[in-house]
Design a protein around this ligand. Structure first.
Ligand code: SF4
Length: 382
């Protein structure tokens, strides 16, 4: 059973308390200059930060935004960032693919990745001439760390006739060993395209076993996977869906495809973070629950004030390593630069380019819900 908590408006991340100490330590005050620079931003986060707390947060926001201008830097903010980062200092917001595309195209010298390490690597792969920084070296990922480049080499030795697709939530080393990448928006499209190209009925999709099982239910291609999982989404279960329906009659339940297949079987709609956000915007359900990371609900809620959100609270401990304080420090000291061996970068880019060369979809693909979970082969790492 997932650690489901109806947390009310916003998760209990004590951002303002931390921010107060951090601003004070840096001699930053909520003075007239800071007020002028930031008070128009407060309505963007007023359901997350109280008026009493705002004077502690505003000086950090002003200092970060000043440094961005001074250093020609941009911040790429993932959907799972807390609203203070997502709404107040993020220049581009979205899922990992949307952010990687911005990294490649943006006219900036410095990119600060407000996300986890594999995302910063993806930015560096696509934007090698830019300085890419990440504000915490603790911002890892259970999926990315479940598989290594040597693991993929062994998979290719064991299954030489099948193409290997990697979810983008992997390190550059892993991408460099795979034939093509995919995201949760286009996984089924990529699997079918690569099967056609290789003239095979079998594709290896790593490392998320749940994403692979959910894709397998959507396509006739046989899928083999790896025993990786996202530690946030694997906690949700079909029992949670039943409990939510009982506690909140009429609630519309949306699930991310990193959740186990029985969750997608019971949900009303499933798709990537972009697909979930689009669904809420387009359908405006009266009451909704997003079975994904906590901050996603906070960020989608602030853009859909007419929708009542029930908030299941599964925080990603890695995403939550990124704070306003360490973003400020990272920009001040230009620290934690992400570097990648050039051979690895070029090979990893080829896998991403193979995905980007596929026809662009108008909208992220939704996963059909209500389908019976399928048993698929999971590769033993030993
Ligand atoms: S939410 Fe899951 S996939 Fe995303 S960074 Fe956290 S552990 Fe990794």
């Amino acid at each position: 059973m997932a650690r489901l908590i109806d947390s009310g408006p916003g998760c209990p991340t004590p951002t303002p308390l931390r921010a107060a100490t951090a601003a004070e330590a840096r001699g930053l005050a909520y003075d007239d200059e800071v007020k002028e620079k930031t008070d128009h931003l407060y309505p963007l986060v007023n359901d997350f930060i109280t008026p009493m707390e705002w004077p502690a947060v505003a000086p950090l926001v002003a200092a970060i935004n000043d440094l961005k201008a001074e250093k020609n830097a941009v911040i790429l903010a993932h959907n799972y960032m807390t609203p203070d980062i997502f709404r107040l200092v993020g220049d581009f917001r979205g899922d990992s693919l949307q952010l990687a595309r911005e990294a490649a195209n943006v006219d900036a010298d410095v990119i600060v990745q407000a996300g986890v390490h594999f995302m910063a690597e993806t930015s560096k792969i696509l934007a090698p001439s830019k300085t890419v920084l990440i504000s915490s070296l603790e911002a890892g990922c259970s999926l990315a760390s479940s598989i290594t480049g040597p693991d993929v080499r062994l998979i290719k030795e064991r299954y030489p006739d099948y193409p290997v697709v990697t979810y983008v939530n992997t390190t550059a080393d892993v991408k460099a060993e795979c034939h093509i990448t995919c995201t949760s928006s286009n996984a089924a499209q990529v699997v079918e395209a690569v099967a056609k190209e290789w003239n095979t009925d079998t594709v290896i999709l790593v490392p998320d076993q749940y994403l692979a099982k959910n894709v397998a239910a959507q396509t006739n291609i046989r899928i083999i996977t790896w025993p990786g999982a996202c530690e946030v989404h694997e906690l949700f279960s079909a029992d949670d869906v039943d409990a939510l329906r009982e506690a909140h009659p009429g609630v519309v339940i949306l699930a991310h495809p990193e959740c186990p297949p029985d969750v997608l079987e019971s949900a009303d709609f499933a798709g990537s973070t972009a697909a979930l956000a689009n669904y809420v915007k387009d359908e405006s359900p009266a009451k909704v629950v997003l079975l994904t990371e906590c901050s996603m609900s906070d960020n989608v809620a602030s853009e859909n004030p007419g929708v009542d959100f029930v908030r299941p609270c599964n925080l990603c401990p890695h995403m939550k390593q990124i704070t306003l304080e360490n973003i400020l420090e990272c920009l001040q000291e230009m620290k934690h630069e992400v570097t990648i061996d050039e051979d690895v970068r070029v090979q990893a880019k080829a896998a991403i380019d193979a995905m980007l060369a596929l026809p662009k979809m108008a909208n992220p693909l939704a996963f059909e819900t209500g389908l019976k979970p399928m048993d698929i082969e999971v590769i033993s790492p030993n």
